[in-house]
Design a protein around this ligand. Structure first.
Ligand SMILES: C[S@@+](CC[C@H](N)C(=O)[O-])C[C@H]1O[C@@H](n2cnc3c(N)ncnc32)[C@H](O)[C@@H]1O
Length: 418
């Protein structure tokens, strides 16, 4: 399946799952910029936005024409800038550079024409750059550009490839290792990759692009004999992507594509627990089109091969039911986790609890905070601020608070040991 843009010809159709993806792109930019502009005296933010697989930029959806990722990204920045500008006494300026890259000359011509028609002509070549190139061929220059702009390196990479092999994991690794604050949104057709995996294909260049060698392929395909094998392979691939890109944090969630009969990953890769948390919250807010192929609480991907995850997997859609199950699971898991971490008596810092467990799970800091407060109200734990004071009532749990077992109860009653 592919999209095709040619000036004067009919537009490609946009599926509901792609609209959901564009919503994530647009809303994440808003969240990202708001997160970086909390200081009320700040008047400016420098940022680079890379759309590495931009397409032609316009689709048909029913009777309507709808914008593709380049226009959605531009609009997202304009909207937040407008809001910040009117909210701040001294105004606000988001100095964003946009790079739109596409390998297809017709798509690039279509996009240039579209940007001109939408009033962006004067910005082309100044802070909007359209490149006809393979993303891989320009990634080094893009990294250099971002580094040359200053020391903060604020950058978002939207890498919306068709399949799974057009972005080398090594390239993501160098983005994450070279730049200070990059975040990457990568579409990855994991089911197509799983179907492609076989000992026969083990030497294909596509697999080498994602650093899967003959042995890796053998280990993954061997899982095919076990119950729930597709999920086991997916889990193996999460680990692989994380270790080869060096990303501290990732989201393991899918976009559900009814039309394509396949789900694909929308991976968010970053080195920031807050970035990870915000992306998790966004999935809950947008729901419907997103799926989590795992359980409801922490350690949700079930790396335990003896467990067949298919039951839970089918129904986790970030809806109200999933929320109830997530809250219940956290309530069940937290006592054990805090107890295990409290063996030396120093307590468990909330940040460590979250950062150490957030990758595999749909649990966000909001869900976690509510359940911590609930257990505190039940007398199961104490919340202690960094200055040593106890927090007996607050609903606001901070990252640097510690969770400590009360002295008068050596064990959690919830564990059935009290
Ligand atoms: C899925 S479409 C992009 C859709 C677009 N991001 C959107 O959401 O509106 C993928 C695009 O990537 C382009 N493409 C394919 N391989 C590429 C590569 N290696 N580097 C850059 N662009 C590529 C194709 O020409 C196509 O326009």
């Amino acid at each position: 399946m592919g999209y095709d843009w040619r000036i004067g010809e009919s537009l490609p159709d946009l599926g509901a799952h792609s609209v959901a993806k564009h919503d994530i792109f647009e809303q994440y930019i808003k969240i990202y910029i708001e997160r970086l502009t909390r200081n009320p005296s700040q008047t400016m933010l420098n940022l680079t936005i890379v759309d590495g697989f931009s397409g032609g930029g316009l689709y048909r959806r029913g009777a309507a024409e709808v914008d593709g990722s380049p226009l959605r990204l531009l609009a997202a920045v304009e909207n937040v800038e407008r809001e910040l500008n009117s909210a701040r006494a001294k105004g606000f300026d988001v100095k964003a550079d946009f790079f739109f890259v596409d390998a297809n000359p017709y798509h690039v011509a279509f996009l240039r024409d579209l940007l001109e028609k939408r009033g962006y002509a004067s910005r082309l070549g100044k802070n909007i750059f359209v490149h006809e190139a393979l993303f891989e061929d320009v990634s080094g220059n893009l990294i250099a550009h971002i580094r040359n702009k200053g020391s903060a390196n604020r950058s978002l990479f939207f890498l919306d490839q068709y399949g799974w092999s057009d972005v080398r994991l090594q390239t993501i690794r160098s983005i994450l290792a070279t730049l200070k604050n990059p975040e990457i949104l990568l579409t990855f057709a994991v089911d197509a990759l799983i179907d492609f995996l076989s000992v026969k294909t083990a030497d294909a260049q596509a697999l080498l692009n994602i650093d899967l060698d003959r042995e890796d392929v053998r280990a993954l395909t061997e899982l095919k004999t076990q119950a729930g094998w597709r999920h086991l392979i997916q889990n193996g691939l999460y680990r692989h992507v994380q270790s080869r890109t060096g990303a501290r944090f990732y989201t393991p969630f899918f976009i559900h594509s009814v039309g394509a009969h396949r789900s694909y990953w929308l991976l968010h890769l970053s080195n920031h627990r807050q970035a990870r948390d915000e992306m998790g919250k966004l999935h809950w807010r947008l729901k419907n089109h997103f799926q989590h192929h795992g359980g409801a609480g922490f350690r949700a991907l079930g790396f335990d091969p003896s467990k067949d995850l298919r039951q839970e997997v089918m129904s986790f859609m970030f809806d109200d039911d999933a929320m109830k199950r997530s809250e219940a699971a956290v309530l069940e898991q937290l006592p054990r986790m805090i107890h295990a971490a409290n063996r030396d008596g120093t307590g468990l810092v909330v940040e460590d609890l979250f950062a150490g467990n957030c990758n595999d799970t749909p649990v966000t800091s909001d869900i976690l905070s509510r359940q911590i407060a609930f257990l505190r109200d039940e007398g199961e734990l104490l919340i202690v601020a960094p200055d040593g004071s106890k927090k007996p009532r607050t609903k606001t749990i901070n990252w640097d608070d510690r969770l400590v077992l009360p002295a008068e109860r050596s064990l959690f009653t919830r564990l059935g040991w009290g």
